[in-house]
Design a protein around this ligand. Structure first.
Ligand code: PHE
Length: 469
């Protein structure tokens, strides 16, 4: 048992940390526009199917991999993969697979953070603008306000750097005093703010068209347009499950490496999935879309990436108490983004700590500098091109969400199902668990159903993408 490796302090802390890791911009910024873009209710069917067939099995797999690695003092997915593949493949082949998956996941983390911390910075900036009335009472459209925000470095870069500095500070304090302390304050606040916003949303009436009501907005998500269900929207739904549960990034494994060796996996993991889905489908789904629908109608809902930053500010302008509710909305986004960014940041610090022996405090500063570098292209794109098209950011988000995370998930299922082996995996996962998973979970689900579903999705959606030109 390695010395000096921290553990989570309390059970409630562990659950809130994992929930903070999962609940992120994915729930409040990405989910609503993905639903709107992919046919409303027609998206929800593949979404829930992906939750059951891919999300839940892989969450158990990732928690198990993490706790297993932590036992040997390893917090990165590359080392865990090596440990799990070693027996079947021998040292050198396992080392190659471990290194490859380590590098793949490292690249994915870098790509995500090339835009994720940027958007988290916008949410902080927009909380400030909402509170101070920055986009209220001006003749400019909210699209113009957003454009000038991202093109103005004294706003966009400043709030981004403040966000990164806060992250560096939180992470420098370690697992219990840093990550856990922040999650214990931030996560309950997120739910309280979310509930206030839901109540406000459901009691809104449309000032524009009596036909537009929040309930109609809900109907938009929950009534399927079957004609819009296809392979690409199914892949988008699966990708959203990966994104929102933080799967395929090595960050669940990283957090799970701080579990005590006998800490319950199945019940704790299921609880965090539930907390995340509640925050996504109920909070994320019941706020943004119904608000946008009530004030802007069906077209306002379908506004893509700009739903949170362009459509909703337009509503906050019209709404009584809009300054306050706007600030609340962007704070929810900020808290969500921040606690997920903490998880990704910690993953990079772990690599420095465990592979290169860099102390945590120095690691926190190194990652800060690294984030500035990798985030610069998406920060500079609007400033240099003087447009708000955000082509680079949108492309990154599509690739990460639709392909990379899902591919890592496929590899994980193969490593655990086929190399680590059913018997050991089952024993590992069930040790200390209040609910036990049955044999079929590994024999059928992790070995066959999960990887095959991912493979089918990837093949058919790529084919239909190519066929569509
Ligand atoms: N799950 C988090 C979110 O929904 C963080 C995350 C983003 C994890 C992207 C992986 C990939 O925002």
């Amino acid at each position: 048992m390695p010395e000096n490796r921290e553990n989570w302090g309390t059970k409630i802390g562990l659950i809130l940390d994992m929930a903070g890791n999962a609940i992120g911009l994915g729930n409040f910024w990405r989910f609503p526009y993905q639903v709107a873009k992919n046919g409303g209710g027609a998206f929800m069917l593949p979404y829930f199917a992906a939750l059951l067939l891919l999300g839940i099995p892989l969450i158990y797999v990732e928690w198990m991999q993490g706790r297993y690695g932590g036992k040997y003092g390893h917090g990165t997915i590359g080392c865990m993969t090596y440990l799990q593949a070693k027996e079947k493949l021998g040292h050198s082949s396992a080392a190659i697979i471990g290194a490859l998956i380590g590098m793949l996941v490292f690249s994915v983390t870098v790509l995500v953070n090339a835009y994720y911390t940027q958007i988290t910075g916008w949410t902080l900036g927009y909380s400030y603008l909402s509170l101070t009335g920055g986009y209220m009472g001006t003749a400019r459209s909210t699209a113009e306000v957003f454009g000038s925000y991202i093109q103005n470095p004294s706003l966009s870069i400043t709030f981004w750097v403040i966000t990164l500095a806060l992250l560096a500070f939180a992470l420098s304090r370690g697992v219990q005093k840093g990550i856990e302390a922040w999650a214990k304050v931030m996560m309950p606040l997120l739910y309280v703010f979310g509930f206030i916003l839901i109540i406000r949303t459901l009691t809104l009436g449309s000032p524009v068209n009596p036909d537009w009501s929040p309930i109609k907005g809900l109907d938009y998500i929950w009534s399927p347009k079957w004609s819009e269900l296809n392979w690409q929207s199914a892949l988008a739904a699966a990708g959203q499950i990966f994104f929102t549960l933080s799967l395929g990034m090595g960050i669940i494994q990283n957090y799970a490496s701080y579990l005590k060796p006998d800490e319950d996996i199945v019940l704790s993991a299921t609880t965090t999935v539930f907390l995340n889905e509640f925050a996504e489908v109920i909070l994320g789904g019941t706020i943004a879309i119904p608000i946008a629908y009530t004030f802007l109608g069906p077209e306002g809902v379908a506004s893509g990436v700009g739903l949170s930053f362009i459509a909703l500010p337009n509503v906050f302008r019209m709404m009584t108490g809009g300054q306050f509710f706007g600030a609340l909305w962007f704070l929810v986004l900020f808290v969500a983004g921040f606690t997920s960014a903490i998880a990704m940041y910690n993953y990079l610090i772990t690599i420095l700590q465990e592979d290169l022996n860099v102390p945590r405090k120095i690691g926190a500063v190194v990652v800060f500098g690294f984030y500035i570098l990798v985030g610069l292209p998406s920060a500079l794109e609007p400033i240099l091109t003087r447009t708000s098209e955000l082509i680079f950011l949108t492309e990154l988000d599509n690739w990460v969400g639709n392909y990379f995370l899902v591919i890592v998930g496929l590899i994980e299922a193969v490593v655990v199902g086929w190399l680590f082996g059913e018997k050991k995996a089952k024993e590992e996962i069930n040790r200390g668990s209040y609910w036990k998973v049955p044999s079929g979970f590994f024999n059928v689900m992790v070995k066959f159903i999960t990887p095959l579903s991912i493979a089918v999705l990837l093949i058919f959606s790529t084919k239909s993408y190519i066929d569509d030109g």
